[in-house]
Each structure stands twice: as structure tokens, then as C-alpha cells.
Design a binder for this molecule. Sequence first.
Ligand SMILES: Cc1ncc(COP(=O)(O)O)c(C=O)c1O
Length: 362
Amino acid sequence: MQYRKELDKINSYKPGKPIEELRRQKKLTKIYKLASNEIPFQPAFIKNVVNKELKNINRYPESTCFYLRDKLAKNFKINPDSIVFGNGSDEIITLALKAFIDKKDEVIIAYPSFLVYQIQAEIFGAKVIKVPLENYSYCLGKIAKKITKKTKIIFIANPDNPTGTYINQEKMDDFLKKVPKDVLLFFDEAYFEFAPEDFPKSIEILTRRKNMIIARTFSKAYGLAGLRIGYGITSKKIAQLLNKVREPFNVNRIAQVSAQAALENKDFVKKVVSFINKEKSYLYKNLDRLGVFYPKSATNFILVDFKKDTKKLYEYMLDQGIIIRELSGWGLGNFFRVTVGTRTQNRKFIKSFENYIRRIRK
Ligand SMILES: Cc1ncc(COP(=O)(O)O)c(C=O)c1O
């Protein structure tokens, strides 16, 4: 069979275990998924718009996402032509690589960080330069030092996944001075809505530095992960390029109308963020009590340093109906990541974690 042999070297992305899969594997009545940084409830306000849109599903969606684009542009006071929509913000990553990478171009990423950058960059034949995190954070100084004439894109997850740490405005401003204008900066802001006050004002940065893409999503704080819709904010020129390589009907009708409804219900995100912050404090307090280390998170998940291999812990949790994220694929075999859930879910997670610690100490 004649296929691209470099694919043999690429490890596929392994998502958090779906609830349905665990249900098929184990006879459990209650399953709590705390593995994929989803929020633990549905945005009820989309029900009406989804029902209304069902009558149109024999028709293709509008390729331009016209109404959503208009709303989003007004929301951020930006030019509608500078937005690109994707089937999740994952697709914005792929579109950037598709439009910018020639074989052997260099792409700089931090390691460990969001795995999709490396997987997709390698699929497009780029050489991936990995810069280790320092103290659970991006080391922008070291990233800047890795820039060469071949560097095409630098991916920055801000806040980061899986650490939950973030780069503030001051550090970002300093970094920007060191990055040549012809390098595309990709700011992945999937958790933007959870980030604190001193988070970089990236849309403002874009007015000064055109060669950049800000990717955001409706999957996290807006609660629409299952619908797959995200977007990139960039310059008009880059938006045109990404739209050239984009599949025309990549964002379905239900996703488009739901995202519009999400933008109209601003209170929902506010409530989500305050709920998550409260529950995150509950988890912090209990993790402190159990004496485990975690970096402070600017997101809806926490990276926990268990200091021992977490495979057995992961399996134990599955038996209890709790899905956490095992991170061996990130090279973090002694860590796990847990998404902030409801109080019931968080309490059950802490109780099971505590029981496991007691068992292994015996
Ligand atoms: C840092 C980061 N970027 C992008 C994504 C992709 O999100 P989506 O494709 O659902 O928008 C995720 C999802 O977990 C993420 O953690």
C-alpha cells in the first residue's frame, strides 16, 4: 500500500474516555466525566434555537456563518472579515498549519502542552521544536531563543493545557519584542473566559501585530463541546488564507445558531466562571488537605502531581465511575488532570482519591 510513511511516526490524539465507552465497559449507574475540561451542565437556553433550526437540516449551512460572524464582530468590535470559524478551535490549528507550512519549516511549541500542535504540525511535515516548561509554565525567553530563519509558527496555549497556568500581559509584551514580524504567533485561548484580570489583551495586540491568530472556542465556558464550534481572530489577509484551505461547510447549522444564542446569553458565562471558581477552591482546599501538589490553574481543570505512576489510580477511579485524565501521552506519567465538576462530582472525586491514597499507604 502506498501511503505517507511519516504517518507511522505520528501518535494519534487520545481523547478523555467518553462516558458512553465506560458505560459499555462497566455496569455503572453513575458516571462522572472529569477528563476533557467540559463544564458539568448544559446551556438550557439553546433548546429553542436548536428546535427551530431542525426544520432546515436538509439544507447546507451558510459557509460564512454570516449571522454568528456579525454578532461576534460586534461583540469584540472587530472587522467581521477577520474571523474564521472552525469545527472546534482544533480546526483553526489545522487550518493555520495547512495554510502556512511547507515541508521542513519549523514550528515551536512548549512541552508538555496541548498535544494537537505537535500531531498536526508533524502531519503537515513540519519540524517540531519543543521547549520544556519551567515550573509548570511556558518559558518565553527560551522559546524566543529557538527562533530561526525557518520558524513559521509559534504555538502558545494561554492558559495552558495540561498545566492550567497562564502568561500575563507583562510577560507577553516582553516576548513580543523578541519575535520577528514574519513569524506567525498562534495564541490558543480556549480557556480565555476563565483567565484573570492581567491576562494579555490579545485583540489589542493584533491591531499592532498582524501576523497572529487568536483561537477561541464555544466548547469550554459556553458549554457547547458536543457541537464543535470555535473561531480564530486574525488579520483580514490571514483570514482569507485560512478560508481558502477550509472545508466550506465545516460548521453545521445547529452549532451556528447555538453559538449565536450563547453570545446573547452573556450571563451564562459569568455564572459558569463564578461556579467554576467556587468549585475550584473546594478542590484546592481538599487537595491541600491530602497533601498533594498542583499548580494554581487559570482554567476549569487542575493538574495534580501525584509523584507516583497514575495508571492504577486511573483504573481505580474508572471502577468508581470517575473519569480523570491520565497523562502518559504527555510524558507526565506521575500526574493526572481533573476537570472541575459540580459539588457532587467533586466530592465523589475527592472521596475516591482519598480512599485510593489510604489503600496504597496500607
Ligand atoms: C488548549 C486547547 N486548545 C484547543 C482545544 C480544542 O478545543 P475545541 O476544538 O473543542 O474548540 C482544547 C481542548 O481541550 C484545548 O485544551
